[in-house]
Every structure is written in C-alpha cells, then in structure tokens.
Write a protein that binds this ligand. Structure first.
Ligand code: SF4
Ligand code: SF4
Length: 472
C-alpha cells in the first residue's frame, strides 16, 4: 500500500508506512533546532502545518522551543477564536451495542451493565432537563445495534429533541455521534437537520484497531476509517474526528489524525469541523491501567497545542473526561468547545443524583453548567451557547472560507454575548448573572464595528424584554 492522501482507501490515506516514517523522522529531528525554528516560522503564517512538520514540533525536546510552541498555540487560539468557549452536553440515547470494543463498558460481553434505551417520552424529559440547565447544543450518543438503535430510532429522537420547547428553552443544534453507517443513512441524518457528524477513530493503527475491536461491525477498519468520506458523500459537510488517546502510541495517533484531516481537505475540499481529544477513562469493567499507552497531562497539553498550530481553522473539543485543572490549561492552548454539566449515562439528566449504573465513563468535572459558566468567566472567557452557523447555512467550505477570511469573528463574538444574556436571564445563579452582565458590558466594546455594537445593544434590550434567538 502506497501513501496517497487523495485515495479513498483507508490504508492508503492513513498509511502505516508513512506514519511510521513520520514518527521516525520526527524523532531523528527532535533536537534539530534549525528545523524546528523553520517550522515555527512557517506556522506563524497561520496556514497550518502538514503531519510531518507538526510531528517534529510534537517530538521537540528543547524547553525554549516548547515554550514557543505553547505561546504560538495560545496566540492562534486568540486570533481565531478570541476568548469564547462554546458549550454543549452529551445526551445518551441507548447503551445497547453489538460491538466488542475493549475500552468501552457498553461492549457486548459486559453482562453486568444494565442496558437502557430511552423511549421518546424519556428523550423529551431528558431534553427538558437539559433545557432547564440552559443547554442549546447537544451531542447525541448511542451504541451500534441495528435492532435496538436502528437509524429510524435515531431520526425519531432527533425530531423529538428539536420539537421540545420548554419555557424559553430550545435545542438549536444536534450533533450526532453514532457508529459508521451507509451513505443513505448519512443522507437521512443530513435531512434531519443535524449539525456535525462525529465519529472517533479510536486508533489509527490498523493492527491495534483490530485487536481492540475483536468482534462486531466496528472490527472492519476500512469501513470505520472511510466513514467520513461516506458522510460527506451523503451531504454532511461538517464532520468531527478524534482518537482515544491512551490506546496506542500518541505520536502515531497524532500523525494519523492530521493525515485524516489532510485527506478530507484534499478529497472533499473541506477539513474536519472539529477534532476531539478524549483520553481513556475508568468505567464499569474498564480499567485505564490495562492500556499501557497512557500519556501524562503535559504531553496531552502539548498534543492540543500542536493540533491548534497544525489546523488553525478546526474547532477543538474537550469533554468532562478531564479534570477542571486540565481543562483550564488546555482551553488556553486551543480548545474552542467544551461540555458542561454532563451526565454520561442513559437517562442521567432526569435523576436527582448523578447515576453511575450505565455511565460510559467516569466524569472528572462534576460541576453544574452554571458553575462551569461562572468558572469560564472568572478565567477571562465568554461562555457561548451559539448555534448560528449551520442554521444560517454556514457549513462545510462556506464556513471554512468565512473562517479563513477572519469574517467569522463578526458573528461569533456578538452571538456569544447574546446567547450568554439568554442564559443569564433564564438559568443562571445570582452570582453568575452579576459576573455575566459585567462581561457582556465589557465585551460589547470589543466588537470591531460600532454599527454591530449598536445592533447588539438593541438586541440585548429585546432579549431582556422576552425575545430570543437573535443571531448573526
Ligand atoms: S465504543 Fe461505541 S461501538 Fe464500542 S462498545 Fe462502546 S458504544 Fe459500542
Ligand atoms: S457564529 Fe458559527 S463558528 Fe461562531 S460560535 Fe456561532 S456557530 Fe460557532
């Protein structure tokens, strides 16, 4: 198999030999300061880096250059995403699953875990609970099970989610994280009005992939790896990729992840909308110590920084798998979206206490959404509940063009302030309201156009009067 980013064959665009060569090259040059400086200069142009150059930065051992990598990642984050952080929550629909993934407690052989699938009435209750927290953007999750969770079930759930209007609440964007499927099914998801289709590769190493997925349809490496091409063929132009760090060597995964992004850009003209960086966590019958590729917080943050530099236009997501401390550090380096107030069990949002019986993983950040919003503002960020782009038809290459021209900033900033105001009025605690109003007042002044500032002031008044859902 020869490396070819334009190929539609998994083993050609994610080519094992090319990845091993890249990792070897990066290790050979990890102390080559002249080369590292050249790559950093290239990166400063904010056009991104290819997997080879980015891998050299990841392998770099020189303390002063590592500092420069972090500084540049922070600067790129500020330039492209400002100080906004978009918030979302996962919604687990069903933990029935026919796959045998060794790192997930929903694997078919786990007979201890209760199996649950939400009815439409239960979906509605979960959505009301999420709306009552203040969420506007969800990522739905379900195991792979053609009998219990067929595509019709997923579509019905999406319809239900979009249909619920509770008080001032509404879920305005549903992202979907379900198993690799057919072009026809992706078309149906597109027609149902989904935001991003998310599918983690778990590991790009085919041998490891097959070992970690011993049974079930997910065992097929090519079917899984080529899923995003089918999704795009089905009309979904915002796709989210990611690996589960800890399963295989991080340098290998990092190169594979970037090669996947390069492939999507080369073939479809648009790279991934988001990249997620989850790490293996403890859960029911899963012990992260069983996986010997775990990486420390320092290297985890370095990976995030190098991703930020390599693909400046791609959003980066971090979940509540990570502690507040790690989240704070990594947000600075390039993360643009985080989950908040998450429950990772089926039906978890309707329970008074966080239930653990059907959890997919242990949550390390147990704060409520209000606490997360408050914390973000204290750390200098604007929490945003914006969902404007796909609702305004800004997806795929239209989104990327706007992003690359810098024009998107004129939408993100005012949208963040207006959706934050909605949150303050409808869901926030007293202290968060006080803090939030100060943030909004201060940040209006940072909108470059005075005309847009005036529009935002007018809309904020109308939000106080009861109007909702303004967007640029
Ligand atoms: S990772 Fe997904 S496919 Fe694998 S067992 Fe868990 S729910 Fe099923
Ligand atoms: S305007 Fe678009 S890119 Fe900006 S925060 Fe909203 S949805 Fe995201």
């Amino acid at each position: 198999m020869k490396y070819d980013r334009n190929s539609l064959k998994a083993e050609e665009f994610i080519n094992d030999e090319e990845i091993n060569d890249t990792v070897r090259y990066a290790n050979e040059h990890k102390d080559d300061l002249e080369l590292i400086d050249k790559i950093l200069e290239k990166a400063k142009k904010r056009k991104g880096l290819d997997h080879r150059d980015a891998s050299v930065l990841l392998a770099c051992t020189d303390a002063s250059r590592i500092r420069k990598i972090y500084d540049l990642a922070e600067q790129i984050k500020k330039d492209f995403y400002g100080n906004r952080i978009v918030l979302f929550a996962p919604l687990y629909l069903s933990n029935y699953c026919v796959n045998g993934c060794l790192y997930c407690p929903y694997h078919i052989k786990n007979k201890n875990i209760p199996r649950k699938k939400l009815t439409q009435e239960e979906v509605a209750k979960e959505v009301i609970a999420l709306q009552d927290m203040g969420h506007k953007r969800l990522a739905i999750e379900a195991g792979e099970d053609p009998v219990n969770n067929p595509i019709e079930y997923i579509l019905e759930c999406i319809d239900t989610i979009y249909s619920i209007r509770h008080k001032n609440g509404a879920i305005r964007r549903v992202n979907v994280n379900i198993a690799a499927t057919t072009v026809d099914d992706y078309r149906k998801l597109k027609d149902a009005g989904i935001g991003t289709y998310i599918l983690f590769q778990e590991t790009y190493n085919k041998t490891e992939y097959e070992r970690l997925h011993p049974t079930g349809p997910k065992h097929d490496y090519a079917w899984h790896t080529e899923a995003m091409d089918r999704a795009m063929d089905g009309g979904i132009d915002d796709v989210g990729i990611g690996v589960l760090f800890g399963l295989d060597n991080y340098s290998y995964e990092f190169a594979g992840l970037l090669m996947h992004a390069e492939h999507l850009e080369a073939v479809h003209g648009v790279g991934p909308h988001t990249i997620s960086v989850p790490r293996v966590k403890r859960a029911d019958d899963i012990d992260p110590d069983d996986f010997d590729n775990s990486l420390d917080d320092e290297m985890f943050c370095r990976i995030a920084a190098c991703i930020r530099i390599a693909v400046p236009y791609t959003g980066m997501i971090i979940s509540t798998r990570e502690t507040p401390e790690v989240r704070e550090k990594i947000i600075r380096l390039g993360v643009s979206q985080i989950s908040g107030g998450s429950r990772t069990s089926v039906g978890g949002y309707c329970e008074e206490e966080r239930p653990h019986d059907t959890e997919q993983f242990d949550v390390s950040d147990n704060r409520t959404l209000d606490e997360v919003v408050n914390w973000l503002m204290r750390a200098g960020y604007i929490p945003s509940f914006c969902t404007a782009c796909y609702r305004e038809g800004r997806t795929g290459d239209r989104f990327m063009e706007l992003c690359k021209s810098g024009q998107i900033q004129n939408c993100c900033h005012p949208n963040a302030l207006m959706t934050l105001k909605e949150f303050l009025l409808d869901y926030a605690s007293e202290d968060t309201v006080r803090l939030g109003d100060e943030v909004i007042e201060r940040e209006i002044g940072n909108i470059p156009s005075s005309k847009v500032q005036d529009i935002v002031r007018d809309r904020l008044t109308r939000i106080v009067e009861g109007d909702r859902d303004f967007r640029f």
